[in-house]
Every structure is written in C-alpha cells, then in structure tokens.
Design a protein around this ligand. Sequence first.
Ligand code: NAP
Length: 311
Amino acid sequence: MSDLLPYYKEILTKELVKKGVKNFEISSNCDNPNEDVKFIIYSPVIRNGEKLNRDFSPFKNLKAVLSLYAGIEDLIENKTLKCPLIKMIDKNGLTNSMIEWCLAHTLRLHLGLDKHILGQDGIWRHKIKPPIARDRSVGILGLGELGKPVALFLKKIGFKIFGWSRTIKNIEGIKCFFGSNGLTEVLKQSEILILLLPLSKDTRFILNDYNLSLLPKGSQIINAGRGQLIDDIALIKKLRSGHILNATLDVFQQEPLPKEHPYWVLPNVTVTPHIAADTPVESSSKVLARNIKFLLEGKMPNGLVEFKRGY
Ligand code: NAP
C-alpha cells in the first residue's frame, strides 16, 4: 500500500533474502486481497489531493502493517486495522535526517543567520555579536526516537536542554520533565522550542494560545512533529505581536500548505515542505526486513505501536 514500491522492490528483496526470508513475493496489487498477504508495507497514497482511506479488513491473514514513516496517526484511527502496527524507526537514515534538520534550524535561529542571509543590503552590521550555545535554552517536546537524539546532539554543542515526555525520563545532561506542570516548566524556559511529538488526542493543539503565552517573549519555534500540534490562529497572533520572534514550520494542518495561507507571507515564518526527515530506501529496507524476520520468528519487532496510548 505504497506508491514507493518501484524504489523498494529490488533493495527490499535483497534485504529479505539476506535475512533468510524464503518464498515471498512483493506486490502492490491491493485490489484482489488474498489470504497469502502476510505483511503490508504502508505509506499514505494521495489521489486527487486526498489520502486514500485504506480498508485492511479483506486481508484475513495479515500479521502486521509496517509503516514507512514514523508518524502513524492516520493508521491509529483506521478501524479496519486489527493487526499489530509497526512504525518506522530508522536510526541510520530517518533519525539522522531529523537530527541534521533540527540542528541546522536551531543554529540558524540561535545565531540569527536570517539577518545576514536575507539582509544583503550593503550595511556592515558588525555590532551584532553571535551568541554562544551555552547561554541559550532549548526546549524539546517529545523525547522519543527522534526527540532524544536531537536533544543529545544539541546538548553536545552546548545548549541548555529542557525536554518533555509523557513518562518520566533520566537522560544525562538533559533536564527532563513530564506531565502538565512539567510542560509549563519547559515552556517557560524555552528560548527555542522544538516540537517532536506525535499527533494524538492528548497532543492535538498542545501549543494553544495559553501555552504559547508561557514561552518567553522573543522565543522561536521549530515544528517538525505535526501541524495539528499548533493552534495556527494563536501562533499567527503571537507572531504578529512579536511575542514569538520566528516560527520555522515543516508540517501543517493541510499539506501542501495552501498558497493563500498567511504562513507563506509572514516575514517571521519559514516554511519547509515536510522535508525534515525522509525515509531513505536503503536503510529503511534493512529495518523492514529485520522486522519481518522478527515477526515471522514470533519475536518483538522494533517500533510496535501502542494503540491505547495513541503512538
Ligand atoms: P516516538 O518515538 O513515539 O516519541 C514520541 C515522544 O513524544 C515520546 O518521548 C513520548 O513520551 C512523547 N509524547 C507522546 N505523547 C505525549 C504526551 N501526551 N505528553 C508528553 N509527551 C508525549 O516518536 P518519534 O519517532 O520520535 O516521532 C515523533 C513524531 O515526529 C512522529 O510522530 C511524526 O509526527 C514526526 N515526524 C516528522 C517528520 C518530518 O519529516 N517532519 C519525520 C518523521 C517523524 P514517552 O517517551 O514518555 O512515551
């Protein structure tokens, strides 16, 4: 159930053979479901601007659905999906991409690079001195497969890191918080706030007007999680008032972001087109093959989604 089969077929076949998986066929024919289909590899397929709403119920012997992506909110809500769901955890590909994107934009906002990149106007602004990371607090909402390595890399550069997760965490060098009091604490400290939460009923619009007002005046936001984590109207208000200095947004409530959306024209918003982290074919094929092998052997795959908690 993916448009990406042509890119995957050869490499995934090779990886499955390497893992000793025998007697398999990889196909994109979902129209004639049969009982031989044991695994579905999934990525959202868009037709006429809409995500195809998949029906998993005809696949009677399905052992698992393996998502090519880390965000699985649409699958969690799919009532026809009754088998285990595995999200993509790809430390050698997807995770690295996310680290690089978050690092780049955190440093860009921290150093105020836009002033120089966008302001080539003949003025010698030598009085703007670069700040240093150890004097900057960065908050990270979500300390999972992506948030934790991002936090650790930023820590290595010297930033003061405040992290927030659902369950209590102990990560060396990171001030970790959880629960609603913890969220307040992290927001109050965050001069730069990075969103790496999954979308669930508990995180939808978590950056609402109230929570945005807890951020220090002049703080900057980086959203690499999901568009629905932010109340756009509240954010736009805060960007216009100057309470939020900049928002760098990779994900949106509607994608592609409509041409007429204010985010395209606000001078203190940077839009990137959901490219923070891609799933590379080679590294993710290894992950898929390993998980399929584990599932065939009755072992626990890496990335098993807990439907009840919503991610
Ligand atoms: P993950 O491993 O499941 O981690 C999620 C983190 O969020 C965990 O630390 C979790 O807390 C925390 N969390 C979840 N619900 C929470 C709540 N209600 N309150 C506080 N913390 C909560 O997910 P991931 O693999 O890091 O991915 C995160 C998200 O990034 C994905 O869901 C996807 O939406 C997004 N993403 C975006 C791109 C892109 O290109 N922009 C690419 C890949 C992924 P616990 O640790 O306590 O469980």
